[in-house]
Design a protein around this ligand. Structure first.
Ligand code: HEC
Ligand SMILES: [Cu+2]
Length: 336
């Protein structure tokens, strides 16, 4: 192969391998369910490969040993016909056995993937164009809270997510942990999964849901159970009031400039429901559904012009003076 062609082809040939590991991969399972799905895939794939190779070998032998056609092609050769009939019958039985066997493998796999645990931690997840509302609901309302685009769970414990949609059909998919499940308006779907160890796993909306579908990602953070408990206690509390002058000014501007019409900050007068809950936005790792990592620069850029970062999303560009922007940014950064 000419060197130039090789330099072009090699990166393409190795591209699929790049997807084999990392925090979003079905081939590197980190959950009980995704492990089972990979096992099932492996069994199906191996059997299909064996059948395919056998067919190709028989075909090759047939082609190599091909005889010249007889003088009377329509005349039947009885012993040969009988032998051929037997082969077809046996292969028919083998096909039946393989299909039955794979059905059993698939059924057994599904029993693990869709197993229900009574004591699972239950979350409600509501898909919006183009972000995820995450509700931790407890029997006592003072232990229930709402967050967005980030799902923190205890590692090693079963989690149940109840899935609904506020608008169109979305699909919840965390390849490293489990299979997909759709979020549909007016219907409650649910999915259970268990992260085997602590880590950060990436999820992605897997059903085309409009303009910014590709920017509708989320993170699942599996924490050691005691750390999860501490996080949950902290998240339960309302927003801390700003301590400095600039922060106080930011809190006022957050209401005066209309942000509070769409966003809730628990413990303040801001109670809008159209956008993500921002009570603890300062402690999230990304903004705008995984579009950007959360830093002062990206947060400021988002508030200044969300339509530039995520064109067509439902947060309008708000007319803000630069000192107002700085005050609001300073306020939001304190919402840890
Ligand atoms: C008309 C409703 C609306 C208004 C007004 C609005 N937002 Fe938003 N905001 C949204 C929506 C919807 C999103 C989610 C966008 C997405 O990711 O698709 C959002 C996202 C955000 C985010 C990112 C949150 C996250 O977790 O990703 C921040 C921060 C934010 N808005 C701050 C503000 C501030 C500050 C103002 C006032 C200057 C404001 N918003 C005004 C609707 C609004
Ligand atoms: Cu989508």
């Amino acid at each position: 192969m000419p060197v130039r062609m090789r330099t072009v082809l090699v990166p393409f040939a190795t591209l699929p391998l790049a997807a084999c590991a990392g925090r979003q991969s079905v081939l590197d399972p980190q959950g009980l369910q995704s492990h089972q799905i990979l096992n099932t895939l492996f069994i199906f794939l191996s059997l299909a490969a064996v059948v395919w190779i056998a067919v190709v070998i028989v075909l090759a032998v047939g082609m190599l040993r091909r005889k010249r056609s007889a003088d009377q092609p329509l005349a039947l050769h009885q012993p040969f016909e009988r032998a051929a009939g037997r082969v077809v019958f046996i292969l028919g039985l083998a096909t039946l056995a393989i299909v039955l066997g794979l059905s059993i493998v698939s059924y057994a796999g599904q029993r693990t993937v869709f197993a229900k645990d009574e004591h699972a931690l239950t979350l409600k997840i509501i898909g919006h164009q183009w972000w995820w509302e995450v509700r931790y609901e407890d029997d006592s309302p003072d232990k229930s809270f709402v967050t967005a685009n980030e799902i923190r769970i205890p590692a090693g414990q079963p989690v149940k997510v109840e899935l609904e949609s506020a608008d169109v059909i979305h699909s919840f998919w965390v390849p490293s942990l489990t299979g997909k499940m759709d979020l549909i308006t007016g219907q409650k779907n649910e999915l259970q999964f268990t992260a085997k160890s602590a880590g950060v796993y990436r999820g992605q909306c897997a059903e085309f849901c409009g303009l910014q579908h590709a920017h509708m990602a989320f993170a699942v953070l599996a924490l050691p159970p005691d750390e999860f408990g501490r996080w949950r206690d902290r998240e339960n509390q309302g927003a801390s009031s700003p301590t400095d002058q600039l922060g106080k000014q930011g809190e006022q501007l957050f209401r005066a400039r209309g942000c509070a019409l769409c966003h809730t900050v628990r413990g303040t007068l801001a109670g809008g429901q159209l956008g993500p809950d921002l009570t603890h936005v300062g402690s999230r790792t990304t903004i705008a559904a995984g579009t950007l990592p959360l830093t002062p620069a990206t947060l400021g850029g988002w508030i200044a012009d969300p339509q530039h970062i995520k064109p067509g999303n439902y947060m309008p560009k708000m007319p803000l003076q630069s000192d107002e922007l700085i005050a609001i940014l300073h306020y939001l950064e304190q919402l840890k």
